[in-house]
Design a protein around this ligand. Structure first.
Ligand SMILES: Nc1ncnc2c1ncn2[C@@H]1O[C@H](COP(=O)(O)OP(=O)(O)OP(=O)(O)O)[C@@H](O)[C@H]1O
Ligand SMILES: [Mg+2]
Length: 266
């Protein structure tokens, strides 16, 4: 059984009289621990597919079995529970709170555990510090986003996604706003998480060089899978280089608080 099993997925947006067919029958399996890149021209359905895989939205038709559970017709509260438990998100624009320090941003998803009880503050802080250490940001924990570079902001965002111990890390153009050096640093963090901990990575990118890091590249066109490329395995030397373990404390089970939609982001 694959971690993600998608069959004949469609997504139709109703825009007044007009139907927009964003996905037109997509079938795909993604295994636990795989790294998959999703590519395709603008409007081909990449973000729509990410939103459905990430349980931010449901399909119009078709089935989506995530870790053995049919999530394709869940209501929002059920989807939120699945997201909180299994999925971490990294966005192109970081989506950090403007006036909040790195450490507080990363503590935020642990505000409440899934059963509503609070994780003690000292434990939240400790785990947030560890997550920031994993992304190489241990010496910047009191910085606000305006006091960080783009690459550093994105690494804080990855720490925030990571602190709840998701099995899937979903990233929509995570290096899209970064210069090439910062982009490489951010990709190194993804490699550490993927190879060190076996986290499943699903990443949308327009960049062929970035997609070369994935094991498989799914190419969408007009809401359909046009082609699937399987990349060669990375060399042993390269994969050894980025083999770094993740602290055990990050493995416990907490909920995610997504930043308040009305809050100022940066
Ligand atoms: N909420 C929505 N309501 C109506 N139409 C939408 C909505 N979201 C996306 N679409 C349409 O669905 C299609 C696929 O959009 P999607 O955002 O998935 O594309 P994309 O591949 O991510 O593009 P890009 O590379 O520009 O981000 C597009 O034609 C888009 O206009
Ligand atoms: Mg998009």
């Amino acid at each position: 059984m694959s971690l993600i099993e998608i069959r004949d997925l469609t997504k139709v947006y109703q825009m007044g009289e007009v139907e927009v067919h964003a996905l037109n029958g997509v079938s795909l399996d993604i295994d636990q621990g795989e790294w998959v890149a999703i590519m395709g021209p603008s409007g081909s359905g990449k973000s729509t597919m990410m939103h459905i895989i990430g349980c931010l939205d449901i399909p119009t038709s078709g089935s989506y079995i995530l870790d053995g559970v049919d999530v394709s017709q869940m209501v929002e509260s059920q989807l939120a529970a699945v997201r909180n438990h299994k999925i971490g998100f990294v966005f192109q624009a970081y989506n950090l709170l403007a006036r909040t320090s790195a450490i507080k941003q990363v503590m935020l998803p642990m505000q409440y555990s899934r059963d509503g009880s609070r994780v003690p503050r000292a434990e939240r802080r400790e785990r947030a510090e560890e997550a920031l250490e994993v992304v190489g940001m241990a010496d910047r924990i009191n910085h606000r986003p305006s006091e960080l570079s783009g690459g550093e902001r994105q690494r804080v965002a990855i720490a925030r996604a990571l602190v709840t111990n998701p099995s899937i890390l979903m990233a929509d153009e995570p290096t899209g706003n970064l210069d090439s050096k910062s982009g490489i640093e951010v990709m190194e963090v993804f490699h550490r998480l993927h190879e060190g901990r076996g986290i499943t990575v699903v990443m949308v990118t327009h960049d062929e060089a970035i997609s070369a890091d994935a094991e498989r590249v799914i190419r969408l066109f007009d809401g359909r899978i046009e082609r699937v490329d399987r990349n060669g395995l990375r060399s042993e030397v390269e994969s050894q280089k980025s083999k770094v373990g993740i602290p055990a404390q990050l493995m416990s089970d907490v909920g995610v608080v997504t930043p308040d939609k009305g809050s100022e982001r940066c």
